[in-house]
Design a protein around this ligand. Structure first.
Ligand code: ATP
Ligand code: AMO
Length: 430
């Protein structure tokens, strides 16, 4: 049996390792191979005069990124990574890699994002890139266990749907027998319906599909949304839940992924504070208007440029609260004192929006009115409205973009880096 490279210590006598040929170097009488597996990199040193003929044959044949299994004597040496090297007694090629490679795994030759994504299986062999997905996995694990610890149940809702939730322009229509159907933009309506189902605290982590027209570094056409909905809660309750989640997830990554963060050059994971600043929308607009070159007024959406200006001023995670009712979805609850603003919020990283949420309107007739006032037809929402007639508790929730969370945590420049196989305007394969 092979042992993981990380477990090969200088005091071992003999070991079998298996992995990919990361680098090869032939110095005549001596050849060096760096063998890489998921856990690390180890040097195989071949003194050509001292190894069996079969080993010499194999090392002549082998190419970079081939899969090999090597058995031999372990020697302590300060010249090799990890303070040990393996001198082979056997060197088997399990799968030879063709050359030239579509991508240099050792990262000596830089590659464009498209080249990398076209050969994603090779790209993720790079320890730095693998780190992103190890961190992403830890983020997901920490999110699941945090929500279960908080008493949530995990739900799964349909991704083939009949209605838009976040405005009608960003839907992907699909061929669904003789019916009109779309890919789901958000589990919004379903998670709310489960509040009428008496579930009280639900979460779903799943794909959302948005027909975003533009190619940007922070939009995907298929993203992963971490969604929660909580009964007998208002916006402030779920903002506090989000604060706890952010801290827990950042802490988990800081504790367990120090090597991965180091690979990515993240020296300080900047764990968010327990209580994040609440910046009312009106003040956010003022900050943006003061520093922006374009005219910005109360009632405008906050675009990329505004988000950046405000983010620079805030310097760390913060909430934007007290949004104008007019620019939030129909399901947001208007503020009881001033219905021109609503109990909605966004969680912001200085670089971009991470999450949107709100206390929801749980009163049937008011919700119908709000749907109408957005120019939508309540008839299209019958299945959603029905539960509001039979005992819908007050409730609140949010959706948090998993890729944006990972992207900002890891300091990535392009959201595509946080997805194994991103879907964008031009990409449906691999
Ligand atoms: P030494 O006397 O330390 O074995 P050397 O200077 O006589 O080394 P070679 O053994 O021929 O030279 O090695 C050639 C090159 O490979 C040198 O630059 C040496 O530093 C390097 N080298 C030798 N052994 C190792 C090893 N086990 N791991 C990494 N590099 C090595
Ligand atoms: P919203 O539309 O703001 O809110 O989406 C919530 C979060 O999901 C992420 N996100 C995306 N990430 C990458 N690419 C995209 N195209 C994309 N679209 C959204 C963002 C965003 O902040 N139903 C509400 C949530 C709620 O109120 O519970 C909703 O979907 O990080």
């Amino acid at each position: 049996m092979r042992i993981p490279i990380q477990e090969v210590t200088p005091d071992l006598e003999k070991a079998t390792i298996a992995g990919w040929v990361h680098e090869e170097r032939d110095l005549g009488g001596l050849a060096f191979f760096l063998i890489r597996d998921r856990t690390g990199i180890m040097q195989v040193t071949v003194p050509k005069k001292k190894v069996p003929e079969a080993v010499l044959h194999a090392i002549k044949e082998v190419s970079r990124e081939s899969v090999v299994r090597v058995t031999g004597i372990i020697k302590a040496t300060e010249k090799a990574p990890g303070g040990r090297e393996l001198v082979p007694e056997s060197f088997e090629i399990l799968a030879k890699a063709a050359s030239p490679l579509p991508l240099d795994v050792a990262e000596k030759v830089p590659a464009e994002i498209d080249t990398r994504l076209d050969a994603r299986f090779l790209d993720v062999r790079r320890p730095r890139i693998a780190s992103i997905f190890q961190i992403r996995s830890r983020v997901m694990e920490a999110t699941h266990s945090f929500l279960f610890n908080e008493g949530f149940i995990n739900i799964t809702t349909p991704k083939v749907v009949a209605a838009a939730t976040e405005g009608g322009t960003e839907l992907f229509p699909i061929a669904y027998f003789e019916k009109e159907a779309f890919l789901g933009q958000s589990p919004q309506l379903y998670k709310q319906m489960m509040m009428a189902g008496g579930c009280e605290k639900v979460f779903e982590i799943g794909p959302i599909f948005r027909a975003e027209e533009h190619n940007t570094v922070r939009h995907l056409n298929e993203a992963t949304s971490i969604d929660v909905e909580v009964s007998f809660a208002d916006h402030e309750d779920v903002m506090q839940l989000l604060e706890r989640l952010m801290r827990t997830v950042y802490q988990a990554v800081a504790d367990d992924c120090a090597d991965q963060l180091a690979h990515l050059g993240v020296t300080d994971p900047a764990i968010p504070d327990t209580t994040l600043p609440r910046l009312p929308y009106a003040e956010a607009i003022e900050i943006a208007a003061r520093k922006s070159e374009d005219p910005i007024a109360y009632g405008d959406d906050l675009g990329t440029a505004s988000e950046r200006i405000i983010g620079e001023e805030m310097g760390a995670h913060y909430f934007i609260t007290e949004w104008p009712t007019a620019i939030r979805p129909y399901y947001a609850m208007p503020n009881e004192r001033d219905p021109s603003i609503c109990n909605a919020f966004d969680l912001m990283h200085p670089r971009m929006e991470l999450s949107s949420g709100a206390q929801r309107c749980h009163i049937h007739d008011q919700l119908v009115e709000q749907i109408r006032s957005k120019g939508l037809s309540p008839e299209g929402f019958e299945f959603y409205l029905k539960p509001f007639r039979y005992g819908m508790p007050p409730h609140a929730g949010w959706g948090l973009g998993a890729e944006r969370l990972v992207m900002t945590m890891c300091g990535l420049q392009n959201i595509r880096e946080a997805v194994l196989f991103p879907r964008d305007r031009h990409r449906v394969t691999p």
